[in-house]
Each structure stands twice: as C-alpha cells, then as structure tokens.
Design a protein around this ligand. Structure first.
Ligand code: ZN
Length: 242
C-alpha cells in the first residue's frame, strides 16, 4: 500500500503580515494556499514559518518530512545558519526540496547549488509563458505544451546556477526575456526542484497549473527506497584476488 507523502511547506510569512493587499490574496499565507491544495491531493501537510521557534524546522519536523517546500524573499538573512545546516543534512540523506520563486536567493538553495543564484528581474505584471522542454517528465504531467500566467514578475537569464540535470520549463516573458524556470538537481540522496513562479503580489499559487506542477514535483522529489550505502576501507574483495 502506498503511504501518503509527508510535506512541510515552509514560508517566510512576512509580506502577508505586513501588506494588506498581499494578505487579501493569501489570507492563510502563501504556505496556507499551497498546503490546502496538497492536502486535497493526498499529502499529509505540515506548515512552518520563519518566526516560529527554530523557524518551525526542528529535527523532529525534518525527520518526519519527505519533501520540504521553501518560499522566502525579504528575510533570507534571518534564517539561522544552524537550521540551514540541518536542512542541508536532511537533503543529503534523502529529503526532497522544492524551492519556489525568490527562494533562489535563500541560504539553503545557494548552499546546495554552490553558485550566486543571481538573475535579472523586473516587476511590471507582465505575461509569463512556461514552455515544457522535457516532454513526458513527471513534473510536467498534465500540463500540455505550455501554460501562461497572466501577470508575474519577470526573472531573466543569465541565471547563475549549475547546469540542471533536467530542465523541465523555460519561461518567456512579454518583455522579451527568457528564464530556466523548472530545474531538477540531485544532491547526495536528495532531489531538488527549483520552480520560478510565485511573486507575492500576484495570485500565482491559486492558479491550477502552478499548483499541479508543485504537486507533481512533490511526487518526483519524495525519497525512494534504496540499499544502505557503505563507504571507506574495504579490505575483503568480493572476488578472490590472484
Ligand atoms: Zn518576487
């Protein structure tokens, strides 16, 4: 019997508390919108936010998380290094991680990528068209050739990331820029997916295609059964040495 995937949705949760227009879009917070959708799609969902003790990410929470979703923007620097270390350690041991939108500048994403993760941006509410460039990939399941978001912040290349293992989406923006907006990685035993959309002033996390991609990515990123890996000195060969 398949067991339900245990998801923790982590959100900085500052914009929604400080800006009434953003609070009107996400009355339960960005984490609440994503969590609500995933609960309706067979996941066991927990939420955690920056201002909780340990940012809501104790070892107990992480030990019971198959996939962690991360949204942050204005307070990346307030995330404690020791928590970043714990998340990093859990990813290497197999926890999936989905980094959304401005999470490209989070400590955990930069740590896992090893690059600046810098990019171009413009906030003009322009149209974004996300093309599927890995047809048949499980993260693009149900999406078709492309989908559009009517109003979004622009992110443009060059995006200073390592070459993705699989590039699932490329975004085109009305102003002419393009961006690698759905990027798959593995680090240690963990799978990582970066997904671009989700500026806080637009209702992006209410859009069915965006939520579908996040839900697909949860399924893709969850840990898989694997044999114990051994390391180090191996004095006894498997075959006799002559
Ligand atoms: Zn943004």
């Amino acid at each position: 019997m398949a067991t339900s995937t245990r998801v923790t949705v982590w959100n900085e949760y500052r914009h929604e508390k400080q800006n009434p227009e953003i609070a009107a879009i996400y009355p339960q917070g960005i984490h609440g919108a994503i969590a609500g959708y995933l609960r309706g799609h067979g996941c066991i969902v927990h939420t955690a936010t920056l201002d909780e003790p340990h940012h809501g990410l104790t070892n107990h929470v992480l030990d019971n998380t198959d996939v962690l979703i991360w949204w942050g923007h204005m307070a990346h620097g307030e995330v404690k290094d020791e928590i970043v270390e714990q998340v990093h350690d859990h990813v290497l041991r197999g926890m999936g991680l989905i980094v959304l939108h401005s999470g490209h500048f989070s400590k955990i994403f930069k740590r896992l990528m090893g690059t600046t993760c810098n990019l171009k941006w413009r906030e003009a509410g322009e149209r974004e068209r996300l093309w599927v460039v890995a047809a048949g990939h499980p993260i693009a399941d149900g999406i078709g050739e492309y989908f559009e978001i009517p109003h979004e912040e622009m992110y443009g290349e060059f995006f200073d990331i390592p070459e993705p293992e699989t590039l699932v989406f490329v975004s085109w923006f009305q102003g002419g820029e393009v961006f690698r907006s759905g990027c798959c990685y593995r680090r240690g035993q963990g799978r990582i997916f970066y997904f671009r959309p989700g500026h806080e002033t637009y209702p992006t996390y209410h859009q069915p295609e965006v939520l579908r991609v996040i839900s697909n990515a949860v399924r893709w990123a969850k840990p898989v059964e694997r044999p114990n890996t051994t390391y180090g000195h191996r004095p006894e060969p498997i075959e006799p040495l002559k």
